[in-house]
Ligand binder design. Structure first.
Ligand code: SAM
Length: 210
């Protein structure tokens, strides 16, 4: 069973009956700082995009962004936000109801994958599978942008802790990754003080020619 019970989608659907705690009215500042320091390559995939604020912020930078989330209400909200944007920004956005655990099922490769609060929802086995699949969805030289909680809560239905050690063990050069940035950050919430978090920007190395 996942951290969010036997039916995680039902759990997240219930959270979207109200304004979710992570919906802070714009992108997480830690994510925006990562985009400033390591400009993403087009096109971008936003996994677990929620109501679309990160995707929209990248479209406003001129990038084409596909945002996926398995909650219809989240995608409907993202679509509504997109429809109020200038047409030259709105046409860069594509929001879809889809499972983000296997981004390669989209049958496209991306210059950047953005993960604000997705990996930290996954247990270790799901995380292994997601990262193996992420490698297939990124173009050579493409980058994975991550923001996740850096502390463990003892309450149910909350994300897990993502540590620097975990990320260094998962994203090794032997597995075709290069960590460009890894440092403490904060995850803002509507309902609580900022949560200690970790941010990372990790590049997918081009395959070596034999
Ligand atoms: C912590 S929220 C973050 C939302 C958004 N990225 C943000 O930062 O505002 C995690 C999101 O992942 C979505 N999600 C969780 N598991 C998913 C899955 N397997 N496939 C697609 N979306 C998923 C949830 O519905 C929720 O919108």
């Amino acid at each position: 069973m996942s951290r969010f019970g036997s039916d995680p989608r039902a759990f997240f659907e219930s959270v979207y009956q109200d304004i979710p705690p992570w919906d802070v009215g714009g992108p997480q500042p830690a994510m925006s700082a990562l985009f400033d320091e390591y400009p993403p390559m087009d096109p971008v995939l936003d996994v677990g995009c929620g109501s679309g604020d990160h995707a929209i912020s990248l479209a406003q930078r001129g990038l084409r962004v596909t945002g996926i989330d398995f909650v219809e209400a989240a995608i409907a909200q993202a679509g509504e936000k997109a429809s109020s944007l200038p047409p030259e920004v709105a046409h860069l956005l594509d929001f879809q109801v889809a499972d983000a655990l296997q981004p390669s099922l989209l049958k496209r490769r991306f210059g950047a994958v953005l993960d604000s609060g997705f990996l930290h929802l996954l247990d270790p086995v799901q995380s292994d599978r997601f990262i193996d699949d992420l490698a297939l969805a990124l173009l050579p030289g493409g980058r994975y942008y991550l923001l996740g909680f850096a502390i463990e809560f003892s309450m149910p239905n909350l994300p897990r802790q993502v540590t620097a050690e975990e990320l260094r063990a998962r994203f090794t050069s032997e597995k075709g990754w290069h960590i460009l940035d890894l440092r403490p950050a904060e995850f803002l919430s509507r309902v609580a003080p900022p949560t200690p978090a970790i941010r990372a920007c990790i590049e997918r190395l081009p395959a070596e020619r034999g």
